[in-house]
Design a protein around this ligand. Structure first.
Ligand code: ATP
Ligand code: MG
Length: 447
């Protein structure tokens, strides 16, 4: 992409309504525009990151054997009356009436709808286990939408639902989701810690929330500091292997880590030596639930088991806050000058800055770099505008591309350009083709 032909409405001033860094930076970098409280347009740069996050979620869901689909945003109230949640959900649900006076709603989640789909088409244990998911817009009429996309009213969520014959199988689905979520967040450059939590309106017995530690997080968390040393890394997982998934779950959840609603100070003190006890704040980026037959029973989602009996299926649901993740990643990765995107989610892989637009040699070298980077399967953002060098650097720093290649007449006389890391600020001079090779190496395995 050439900046001169792109739509990147960066703001010079810091917007006064934004209280936290991620919200400020998303507005300043021209990623989002608020349309009304908690409802945002995704401008081109923000939309690129949103799509990258979605892509990682899709890839990791596929790896775990889960099946993608898409359900509508508007749902019929009748479905929710069947589960009893139409009245129970309260004012967070946006209720709509259509021209025929039918009660509709903008879905805050999809347990009822997926259960309805299941009961319409599945009737034998032979079709199980099955996990279906989608990535779709949700609406929750939050009392206090704030912090930009972090707590929106309209937001994008990945929500998945498992259907299993037995409790044991459903527990495997739970464990499998926990493992696949660990991998998903790590690919986004995040450490998201699974913590025991309370289930809220989804209901159920077992649940973990995934929290990214950040001072601006809305949840209070208590944990054993040893947890932060765990990484998923490059381990290979067979998602069908119950014992293997359970072992990873145990590794990541055996130490004390809880949100404030399940925290117990006495247990904390008994289980964790004082020097490892941490009390901090975190951003909830996902949650997994096992809720058994809570929906399948009242809604009649049953299968015939191997003995010929009709039994309600065991279910769970699993959510990732796709749009909230942009805020969480920025909270975890920024500095005074702007965003620092992890390689896995960056909107462009490298920025090309031409220090002297109009200089024949510099223009030509930039064009060649642009072609070579593209050829290597990466997406460059080439600042081909007439701005001063300082302004070009400031924009690149603000929008946070992890790598920058700087091209100027002086360097070119010696046959070199400069490759700069946004994170460390370190620069290295090298011939242009070497810069491209280096970038290809950096991104190998990260995309
Ligand atoms: P919260 O406690 O933050 O209100 P929740 O527990 O009600 O969230 P879930 O039903 O668990 O939310 O939804 C799954 C994920 O969707 C959450 O972990 C979170 O990342 C995201 N999410 C929930 N509400 C919002 C919101 N208002 N804006 C953006 N993302 C949200
Ligand atoms: Mg939650």
């Amino acid at each position: 992409m050439r900046l001169s032909r792109y739509f990147l409405p960066v703001l010079k001033e810091t917007p006064s309504e934004a209280q936290i860094a991620s919200h400020r930076l998303m507005l300043r970098a021209g990623m989002i525009k608020q349309q009304s409280a908690g409802i945002y347009s995704w401008l081109p740069l923000g939309y690129r990151v949103l799509r990258r996050i979605e892509q990682i979620v899709h890839e990791e869901q596929a790896r775990a054997g889960h099946i993608a689909m898409l359900m509508p945003t508007i749902q019929s109230a009748d479905l929710w009356r069947e589960s009893g949640r139409y009245d129970a959900y309260g004012p967070e649900m946006l209720r709509i009436r259509d021209r025929h006076d039918r009660d509709m709603l903008f879905g805050p989640t999809n347990e009822e709808m997926i259960t309805d789909i299941f009961r319409s088409h599945v009737s034998s244990y032979r079709d199980l286990p099955m996990t279906l998911y989608h990535i779709q817009w949700k609406f929750r009429d939050e009392v206090r939408p704030r912090f930009g996309v972090m707590r929106g009213r309209e937001f994008l969520m990945k929500d998945g639902y498992n259907f299993d014959l037995t409790y044991e199988d459903a527990m495997h689905a739970y464990n499998r989701h926990l493992v696949s979520y660990l991998r998903t967040y790590e690919r986004m450059g995040l450490q998201a810690i699974p913590m025991r939590a309370e289930s809220g309106p989804i209901g159920g017995d077992d649940t973990h929330e995934f929290l990214v530690l950040a001072e601006t997080g809305e949840s209070e968390v208590f944990y054993d500091s040893e947890i932060t040393e765990l990484t998923f890394g490059a381990r290979r997982i067979d998602y069908d292997d119950h014992a293997q998934c359970r072992a990873v779950l145990e590794e990541f959840t055996s130490r004390y880590a809880r949100t404030d609603d399940t925290h117990d100070e006495a247990e904390f003190e008994a289980q964790v030596p004082q020097e490892r006890r941490r009390r901090a704040r975190g951003i909830e980026v996902g949650q997994i639930f096992y809720f058994g037959t809570k929906y399948s029973e009242p809604m009649g989602a049953t299968v015939v088991d191997p003995d010929g009996n009709r039994v309600p299926v065991h279910m769970g649901s699993h959510g990732i806050g796709v749009s909230r993740l942009l805020g969480a990643i920025i909270e975890a990765s920024h500095d005074d000058r702007g965003i620092i995107w992890p390689e896995g989610v960056t909107p462009f892989h490298v920025g090309i800055v031409n220090l002297k637009q109009g200089d024949e040699a510099a223009d030509l070298a930039c064009e060649q770099l642009y072609a070579a980077v593209t050829e290597a399967g990466l997406e460059p953002l080439y600042d081909d505008t007439d701005e001063r060098a300082g302004a070009k650097f400031a924009t690149m720093d603000l929008i946070g591309l992890p790598w920058r290649i700087t091209v100027g007449p002086r360097g070119l006389k010696n046959g070199v350009v400069e490759l700069t890391s946004r994170r460390t600020g370190e620069s290295e001079e090298m011939p242009p083709d070497q810069a491209v090779t280096r970038l290809a190496q950096i991104y190998a395995g990260k995309l």
